[in-house]
Design a protein around this ligand. Sequence first.
Ligand SMILES: Cc1cc2nc3c(=O)[nH]c(=O)nc-3n(C[C@H](O)[C@H](O)[C@H](O)COP(=O)(O)OP(=O)(O)OC[C@H]3O[C@@H](n4cnc5c(N)ncnc54)[C@H](O)[C@@H]3O)c2cc1C
Length: 371
Amino acid sequence: MNNFDFIVVGAGIAGASVAAQLAAKAQVALLEMEERPGYHTTGRSAAAYEPNYGPRPLLALSRAGIGFFKAPPPDFSETPVFTQRGSLVIEAKGQENAAQSFLSADSKLQVMSEAEMLALYPILRRGYANRGFYDDGTGDLDVGLLHQGFLKWFKKRGGRLACNAGAQAITKAGKLWQVSTPQGTFTAPVVINASGAWGDKVAAMAGVAPIGLTPKRRSMAVVAGPQGSDFMAWPFVVDCEESWYSKPQSGKLLVSSADATPVEPHDAYADDEAIAVGIDRFMTATTLEVTRVEHTWGGLRSFAPDKFPVCGFDPTAEGFFWLVGQGGNGIQSSDGLSRLAAALAQHEAPPADIMAQGLILADVLPERFRT
Ligand SMILES: Cc1cc2nc3c(=O)[nH]c(=O)nc-3n(C[C@H](O)[C@H](O)[C@H](O)COP(=O)(O)OP(=O)(O)OC[C@H]3O[C@@H](n4cnc5c(N)ncnc54)[C@H](O)[C@@H]3O)c2cc1C
C-alpha cells in the first residue's frame, strides 16, 4: 500500500508542484508534517511576479512560467493566476551607487522622473527620490489558486497526499528509501526533499550532508490605504537598496522593511522591530500617515550559500533529490522549477523552453556543494 516511485517530503509550493508533475507518469506520495499544505513559507509570501528580480537561475525559471501563469490549463485553474501590476524601483537620495545595477545596457526598465513617478504613485514624498525605474512586465500571482491547482492536478493524477505526516526517520533498505511518519512508513527508490527551511534537517535524517541552507525571516505589515483613492492599481514599490517595499493586496497595503534575519527553521512570526523600521521608512518615503498596523506576519526565505536554488540528485546519496533554496522567488519560479525537477528526477532532459531562457544547469545542481 505504501510503496511508491517517488516520495516528496513537504507540500508547500515546491513539493506540491513537483509532485503534480511526477504524478502524470508515476506513483507519488506527498508527505506534509502540518495538518494542511501551504502553512509555512508558501502561505506567507508577497505574491509578486518579478522576472527581473533575483538570482539568475530563478529568473530563467520564473520567465519560463509566465505563459502558464497567464493561461493555465482549464483543469488547473479556470482563471489566470497572474494579474499585471508593474513595479517601480525608487532611487532615493544617497542610493546613486545601488541604482547602477538598474541601468545596465540590456535593462528593459523605463527611467522615470519624479513627476512621472507621482503620476503612478501619488503618495511619493516630493524630494525623496532622484528618479525611478519602472518595469511593466511584473504582476501579482494568486498563490492560493496556484498551490491548489498543483494539488488538484496531483490528486486527479492519482497521487496520495498525507498530512500530519512529518518525516521522522529516513533510512535505506537496499535500493529503497523508507520514510517513517505518524501516518505509517512510505517506501520509494527516490525521496524528493522539498521541505523548505527544514531542508538540511530532513537531509540529516537520511544521513545526507547538509547544503548549508539558511532560513531568513521576513516580516510583513498590513496597513490601510488612503481613503477615496484607487490605490489598488498602484505598482509594487521598492527602493534601490531594498530597505523597504510596499504593494497593494486585498484592499490594503503591504509594507515591509525587507528584513532578512538568519534563524533556525520554525513557525515564523513577524519581528516587532522590523515592522516598526519598515513603517518608519515607508512614512519617510511617502506622505501616507500610518496610525495603525492592522495585521502582521512573518515567513522564512531559505537560501543556499550561493543564493541559487538546489535542484537535482545528491551525488553522495543514490535516490536522494534536493528541491530547496528558492529564497524569495519560490512562487514565481514554481512552474519552471517543478518541470525541471520532474525531468531531472526521471532522468530526462531538462525542458527546452527553460534552457532557452538561459538556465545554466550547473547553477542549480547539488554537485556544486560536493566537490
Ligand atoms: C515574506 C515573504 C515574501 C515572499 N514573497 C515572494 C514573492 O513575492 N514571490 C515569490 O515568488 N516568492 C516569494 N517568497 C518566497 C516563497 O514564498 C518561497 O520561496 C516558497 O514559498 C518556498 O516554498 P517551499 O515549498 O520550498 O517551502 P514551504 O512552503 O515552507 O514548504 C515546505 C513544507 O515542508 C514541510 N516540512 C518540513 N519538514 C517536514 C518533514 N520532516 N516532513 C514533512 N513535511 C515537512 C513544511 O511543513 C512545509 O509545508 C516570499 C517569502 C516570504 C517569507
